[in-house]
Ligand binder design. Structure first.
Ligand code: GUN
Length: 301
């Protein structure tokens, strides 16, 4: 009988900690030039998950010596007020990165807000200028979660070059950009990429072809063992709350992958929590430090 495989865990927490240690050195160099990287985080309304994310971002900034400027606005904030705040932050020399936490309340046009952020401070990488630069392979800001996925693969020794990467999900935040990044003619990319989504026919027949499978559709435990090739590398981007009466909070977090079953078949897999999540925040910190470095380089202080 062949021995049952148990996947290696791709430990996002550990990789993120290594990257944050590297960032500390960059921050120390900036400090010698009297520059403290600054991140402005704007949170509108009372979405509980958004509050948790924003708190985590604030803590991560503080731990590294990045100045964090929090702007919490009520749920009934007008679009005009938010746009005015973004414009003010665009002009603020202490702010190197601006992040407007999504989703925004219904009365606010999300696109309009994202398009108002100065692309040079768009550390989320959501502005169309940065999206365009990503697509054509010019330096800009890469979106944090997809860039984090790429770093996880590379730092775990899984270069996507020549591999078949199957992405499940086509969101602007993860699915589309991770496909764009990994298909680039560039070191750490060069993959053959297929994107599946809710209208894809016979999705399992495609996911089973993946050397590297990236699950980012936001459906709890959608990827079952039969949908995964023996020996595949699996990144789980999903963060879903499911009811769990045994927990004090009343819920637990699961990814988009049936972790227990798939980890018996995959060669390596990222867990939820402790996988992609810590990487997303780390890439945000990295973009903020990068933005601060660029201001020093160009004397735009
Ligand atoms: N909401 C969920 N993910 C993100 C993210 O990466 N950035 C922002 N700004 N909002 C989000």
């Amino acid at each position: 009988m062949p021995k049952r495989r148990t996947a290696k865990i791709i430990d996002g927490k550990k990789i993120a900690a290594d990257m944050r240690a590297e960032l500390k050195d960059d921050i120390a160099v900036l400090a010698k030039r009297k520059v403290t990287p600054g991140l402005a985080v704007v949170l509108v309304g009372d979405d509980p998950a958004s509050h948790v994310y924003v708190r985590m971002k604030d803590k991560a900034c503080q731990a590294l010596g990045i100045a964090s400027f929090q702007h919490r606005l009520p749920a009934n904030t007008t679009e005009r007020r938010l746009l005015n705040l973004v414009k003010k932050l665009n002009e603020d020399k202490k702010v190197h990165g601006i992040l407007v936490q999504l989703p925004l309340p219904k009365q606010i046009d999300e696109k309009k807000v994202l398009n108002t952020i100065d692309p040079a401070k768009d550390v989320d990488g959501f502005h169309p200028v940065n999206v365009g630069k990503m697509l054509v392979g010019e330096p800009g800001f890469l979106p944090c979660t997809p860039h984090g996925c790429q770093q996880m693969l590379l730092r775990s020794g899984y270069d996507p070059s020549g591999k078949h990467v199957v992405v499940v999900g086509r969101s602007n935040i993860v699915g589309k950009p991770v496909a764009a990044i990994l298909m680039q003619k560039a070191p750490g990319a060069n993959a053959t990429v297929t994107v599946c989504h809710s209208r894809t026919k016979n999705i399992a027949s495609i996911t089973r072809q993946a050397d590297i499978l990236i699950a980012a559709m936001g459906v709890p435990e959608f990827i079952k063992s039969r949908m995964v090739k023996e020996g595949a590398i699996v990144l789980d981007v999903g963060v879903n709350r499911v009811d769990d009466k045994t927990k004090k909070s009343g819920y637990r977090l699961v990814g988009d992958v049936d972790f227990k079953a798939v980890s018996k078949k995959a060669k390596a897999i990222s867990p939820v929590p402790g996988g992609v999540g810590p990487m997303t925040i780390t890439m945000l910190l990295k973009n903020t430090v990068e933005s601060a470095k660029r201001t020093v380089g160009s004397k735009r202080k």
